[in-house]
Write a protein that binds this ligand. Structure first.
Ligand code: DQA
Length: 143
């Protein structure tokens, strides 16, 4: 089983960026924990982060035929990107949307998620644990 974890813009700044909202754990530490999770549960993990919408689209398309599940935190593109929605729909790979913060309790402009329509589950406000809950969920669904 292969799970691709995709992080969108500014998530590479974890640990530095607004720690009150996103915590003080660094992006490198998150990546390490995801790799360790894969080793522990015998899941092949691939990780990708980009600040560029088209690169994220390319990565989702490239997952077609070689990836069983996607965990995606599209960052601010959550609220703007029909292209990411279309890419997820195009490949049809089961995807879980993750947000570190509780987006539903934040600004109005964060209340829309385009990608949600292509995701089988959404996890918000569980901090970095959300990524691991998403992978637990995908393992259950895919097994
Ligand atoms: C986020 C929430 C988004 O609104 C924001 O633009 C982010 C991070 C989250 O993980 O809580 O970059 O996706």
């Amino acid at each position: 089983m292969k799970i691709l974890v995709i992080n969108g813009p500014n998530l590479n700044m974890l640990g530095v960026r607004e720690p009150d909202l996103y915590g003080s754990e660094t992006f490198a530490a998150l990546c390490r924990r995801i790799a360790e999770y894969g080793e522990r549960y015998g899941v092949e993990t691939e990780q990708y982060q980009s600040n560029h919408e088209g690169d994220l689209v390319d990565k989702i398309q490239a997952a077609f035929g070689n990836t069983d599940g996607i965990v995606i935190n599209p960052g601010a593109y959550t609220h703007t990107s029909i292209a990411l929605l279309d890419a997820l729909k195009a490949v049809g790979i089961p995807a879980v949307e993750v947000h570190i913060s509780k987006v539903e309790e934040r600004e109005d402009f964060r209340q829309v998620s385009y990608v949600r329509a292509a995701c089988i589950k959404t996890i918000t406000g569980h901090g970095l644990d959300g990524y691991f809950e998403a992978m637990d969920f995908l393992r259950e669904v895919l097994q």
